[in-house]
Design a protein around this ligand. Structure first.
Ligand SMILES: [Zn+2]
Length: 570
């Protein structure tokens, strides 16, 4: 794959990188609360050749697609450790190593006893896969519902910032809840044809809309079972995608073997939900209407549910890899800025055009390489950061953000002293942009840091054009956000310098259709990392300035993770 084109392209790019940024602003323009702020131009360089070479190494066939639990993992972990050591960074784990062990389990559910609903002299059975898709996260051979009382709980949301609580004071312990997918789509009072932007983000999806939230909230309240009503529009995908959950899924093994989760989690098809409500003497559409208001109270369905699921289990070990740069300030060094990137990909699999190695060059050898390059810049910056900076390469992102979930559950450094998280998942390989996409723009004050740095590069921030798809909840930083730590996640801009307006969209579509999660995600001859270098400098500047700032960055008022941060800090 190596080509001369790349080799002579990059030094030119490097020269350009140096001339891009204007002279540092005069001191009086600096924000007063950051007297020691180092201008972007004075930060150590990000070297495109190193970025490329590390991406090339991690995505080479020798690393076998970096699948957790394989020889590819062993080589990847060894490589990352060696890179961290070469930079003179300290072991990231407090046990003196560069790794954190992550226990994973593969669970494959099957039906042992069908879902049967009974009450008022009537019974109905629901067909596995066609009407009901269910599993248990319990690390156990079997889990069941035994005459568990059924309750419809609307959207199943507890959102203090929107003054919204679907459960009111109804105890659902031991019960099975039936819940709607997505978050409440509340029409605007002034124009009912549009959504109220102040309630659950309007069109944008909040975390309350994600199916994972429904199961987590149910577990917090001690429910025995959770059944989400599937609807293609609000879910964003057809029922066939839900049925895909019946294959093996990897999950964490927590200390309680996931016993704090509901016994049974699952989905009902829309027709099955209608059938259930009819049996209960209710109409699903009428219930849905009720659920769109703050006044909604849970509706007992007068029915009980029984079913049993058996599990096929397979446990395995994997590793997060981490290093630390200790802060220079004795009072602040026990506070942390964390950079994350997932090192894993899909390993060796089904051949496509005769190639079986899923190299994952962009996803996410490139992001891993960028965090390594940011780490190198941190070892050279003066003055040294006051707070400590942790570089965390997580495993099993592709299996459901598992390595980062494990870290967030068992953090090496307390999350209450973790000031911010900056995540890199894929980098810009198509040249310089005038803008930078921020997934969840406006979520926290980290965006203000980013905007200030971007301005120094003469660039602007743009929001995620597909906010209804909830991308903020789909990479590793999210596991930190959910626990309350402000987290930044950016994506490539779309205004490419010297290119047509549709160039960015065209390149992205090309990547998605040709290379995404395919063996052809490899380093290409035409990669131009000049834009990635610009982006890396911004992300380095944000982390560095946060590591030195007088105050911690906060979530924006009304953000769904703000309450978790406040609780953590009490
Ligand atoms: Zn990724």
């Amino acid at each position: 794959m190596r080509s001369a084109a790349v080799v002579f392209l990059l030094p030119v790019a490097l020269a350009a990188a140096c001339s891009r940024e204007p002279a540092p602003p005069a001191p009086e323009q600096l924000a007063p609360e950051q007297p020691a702020r180092v201008p972007l131009t004075a930060l150590p360089a990000i070297e495109p050749l190193r970025l490329l070479e590390q991406t090339r190494a991690l995505s080479s066939d020798a690393f076998q697609g970096r699948k957790p639990g394989t020889e590819g993992e062993t080589r990847t972990v060894a490589y990352l450790e060696q890179q961290f050591k070469a930079l003179g960074l300290q072991p990231g784990n407090t046990d003196g190593t560069f790794v954190q062990d992550v226990r994973l389990v593969g669970l494959t559910p099957s039906e042992q006893r069908p879902l049967t609903v009974a009450g008022g002299g009537k019974t109905a059975t629901f067909a596995w896969r066609d009407e009901v898709v269910a599993w248990t996260k319990h690390v156990a051979d079997q889990a069941s519902l035994e005459n568990s009382e059924l309750v419809f709980v609307g959207y199943g949301v507890t959102a203090p910032e929107f003054d919204w609580n679907d459960f009111k004071d109804v105890d659902i312990k031991g019960k099975t809840i039936v819940v709607l997918v997505n978050d409440p789509q509340v029409p605007s009072a002034s124009d009912p044809s549009t959504l109220d932007e102040k309630v659950f983000g309007g069109r944008a999806m909040t975390y309350y809309g994600r199916w994972t939230y429904k199961y987590e909230e149910a577990a917090r309240r001690g429910a025995a079972g959770v059944l989400i009503v599937h609807e293609t529009g609000p879910a964003g995908y057809p029922f066939t995608v839900v049925q895909g959950n019946l294959g093996e899924r990897l999950d964490l093994v927590t200390a309680d073997k996931n016993m704090s989760r509901a016994n049974v989690e699952g989905w009902l098809s829309l027709d099955a939900a209608r059938k259930l409500m009819k049996l209960a003497g209710h109409d699903l559409d009428a219930l849905k209407k009720q659920a769109l208001t703050r006044d909604f109270t849970p509706v007992p369905l007068g029915l009980s549910a029984s079913m049993a699921i058996s599990n096929k289990m397979r446990t395995m070990g994997s590793k997060n890899v981490l290093a630390k740069l200790e802060g220079s300030d004795p009072a602040l060094k026990d506070e942390y800025v964390v950079y994350t990137a997932h090192w894993d990909h899909f390993g060796v699999g089904q051949p496509v055009d005769g190639d079986t190695i899923y190299n994952g060059a962009l996803d996410n050898a490139s992001g891993t390489a960028m965090v390594l390059e940011i780490a190198r810049a941190f070892t050279q910056v003066t003055p040294k950061p006051k707070r400590s900076v942790v570089f965390l390469m997580v495993t099993a992102e592709e299996q459901g953000l598992l390595g980062s979930a494990y870290y967030a559950e068992y953090p090496v450094y307390p999350l209450a002293r973790t000031v911010a998280v900056i995540n890199v998942d894929g980098i810009n390989q198509w040249g310089r942009t005038k803008d930078l996409t921020v997934i969840g723009l406006g979520a926290s004050q980290l965006d203000d840091y980013l905007r200030e740095a971007a301005t120094e590069q003469g660039r602007t921030l743009r929001p995620d054009p597909e906010s209804e798809k909830g991308y903020y909840y789909r990479s590793d930083h999210f596991n930190f956000a959910k626990k309350g730590v402000p987290a930044l996640y950016t994506d490539t801009g779309i205004e490419f310098e010297g290119k047509d307006a549709d160039y960015g969209t065209q390149k992205r579509d090309e990547y998605t259709s040709r290379d995404y999660h395919s063996p052809s995600d490899e380093v290409k001859d035409d990669w131009d990392l000049t834009g990635a270098v610009d982006d890396a400098r911004l992300l380095m500047a944000v982390g560095y300035r946060v590591a030195n700032a007088a105050a911690w960055p906060e979530w924006a008022p009304g953000n769904e993770f703000r309450a978790a941060r406040e609780k953590m800090q009490r």
